[in-house]
Design a protein around this ligand. Sequence first.
Ligand code: ACM
Length: 549
Amino acid sequence: MKKILSLFLLLTSFLPLLGQNSYSILPKPVRLEAKPGVFILGAKPIIAVASTDPALRRMAESLAGQIGLVSGRDTKVFAGNFRVKDGINFVVSKDIKLGEEGYFLEVSPKRIVITAENPKGFFYGLQTLKQLMPAAIFGSSKADNVTWTVPCCYIEDQPRYAYRGLMLDVARHYYPVSFIKKYIDLLALHKMNTFHWHLTDDQGWRIEIKKYPKLTEVGSKRKETMLGHYNDHKYDAKPYGGFYTQEEIKEVIKYAQERFVTVVPEIEMPGHALAALAAYPQYGNNPDKIYQVATTWGVHENVFAPREETFRFLEDILTEVIDLFPSPYIHIGGDECPKIQWQESRFCQDLIKKEGLKDEHELQSYFIRRIDKFITAKGRKMIGWDEILEGGISPNATIMSWRGTQGGIDAVKQNHDAIMTPTQFCYLDHYQTDPKTQPIAIGGFLPLDKTYSYDPTPEGFNAQEAKHILGVQGNVWTEYMPTAEYVEYMTYPRGIALAEVGWTPKNLKNFDDFKQRLEVHKQRLDYLNVNYFGAPINNKFTYRWPLKK
Ligand code: ACM
C-alpha cells in the first residue's frame, strides 16, 4: 500500500510538469489560457485560408507539406472565408489590435483558428502552433507512433520590441549559404525578425562588389588563421577564404523575407578596414603600404583615410549594397577605429583644421556624417556601433549599444533610436559555463540565466524615451568559431533566452519556467539537428581546438 501511495505521489508530482510541457512555447506568449481537451489531426487534414494573399497561401502550403511529410497524411490547402470544422483555419482580421506581428490562436476540439492582421502575424501564430504539436512536426521524415494532437488553448500574442535580432560575423570565419539559411530558420522559429550580417572586417571581405572585384579577389582571402587562443600567438599556415556572390545574397534575402526576417548588412568603416585596404591601398592613410588581410584577431590601426576618393569608393560600395538589400537599415560599423594614423597624417590634420573640428573623434563624426547623409539620401537609415557617438552623433543615426548600455542611454537622451546589445548580456561568443570544460572561446562568462535576465529598456526611462529602444540583439563574433556547428553551440540556447527578452513582457519572464519550457523545446531542436550547448549531437563534432586547460 505504501508503495502504491508513493508511486501515486511520484506520478502526481509530475502532473504540473506535464501540463506545463504541453504548452512549452518559446518565446512565452503574452497571454495563454489552457483549455481542456485536444484537437485531433484528422486522417485528411485541411488548412483553410480565408485570404487571397499569396504569402498566406505559401505559409499554409508549407505547413501542409510539413504535416504531410511527418504524419504521412494527405494534407490539403483550401481558400475560402469559412472556419472549417476539423481544419486549421487562417482568418484575416484588420481590427485585432495586436500590431503587425500579433496574432490570436484558438485551439478547440473542433478546429484551430489563427487570426491576424497581416502575414507576419500568421507566421508567428504558425510558429506557436508548431510548438504546440508533437516535436516530430520538426522532423524531416515520416514519424511513427506519434499521436497527432494539439492541446486546446487560447493565445493572444504580440512582441514587446519591434527589433529582435541576432548578428553573425562571417568575416572571421566564413559559413556556407546553407548554414546562413539554417541560422535564419532558427531566428524565425524563435520569432526574431532581424539577421544582422557582419560582412566585412580586417580578416576578410565577404560580399561581392561588382565595381571593385579585388575586394573579394584579394580581400576575401587571408594567408593563415590564428590557432588556439590569441595569447598563444600560433598560426595554422593554411590559406583561408570565402565570400558570397550577389546572386547568393539575393537568395539569402529572399529566403529571409519568406520568414519575415530582415537582413541588415554591415559594411565596416572607418576602422576594421584592413581586408578592403589589402585590395585597394589607395583608400588608406599610407597608399604605398603593402597591406595584408589580417591573420590576427583584435583591433588593427590601418583604417580608411577621410579623403574624397575614399568617400566615392565607399559610396559606390554602399550603392551596390543598398540595391541588393531592401532593409530599411544599413549598418556601417564605426567601432574600434584607432586614431593613430589620422594623428600622424598631414592630410587629416589639415582636414581637422579646415572643417573646424576639435580632434580625431570629431573627424570620425565628420566621416560618419558624410556616410549618413549618403545613406539617408538613398532613403535608408544608418546604424552604427556606439563609438560613433564619440565626436557627436550624426543626425539620422541609430546606435547599437555594445560597450554596456550607456551608448544606448546617451543616444536616447539625444532623441535617437537605440538597439541594445551590451557585452554583459548579449555577447554569445563568451563562455557559457566553466571554461575548463569548454572548447576555446574569446573569454568572458555569460551563462544562460544572465542572458535571460536582461531588460533592454534602461531603468528610469519615461514612456517617450522607452519608445527609442527599438529592441535587442545577440552578437555572435566568430574568431573562435571555425565551424557552423560551433556557431550553433555558442548561439543556442542563449539565443532563445534573448528571443524571449525581445518578445515577452518583462513581468511574465521567469527563468525557472523558461528552463522547463526549454527542456521540452530541446526535442524540437534535436529534430532540427541543432548543435546547441548540451545537445546529444555535441559529441559528433571534434573542435579544431583543444579544450582550454
Ligand atoms: C564590437 O564588438 N566591436 C562591436
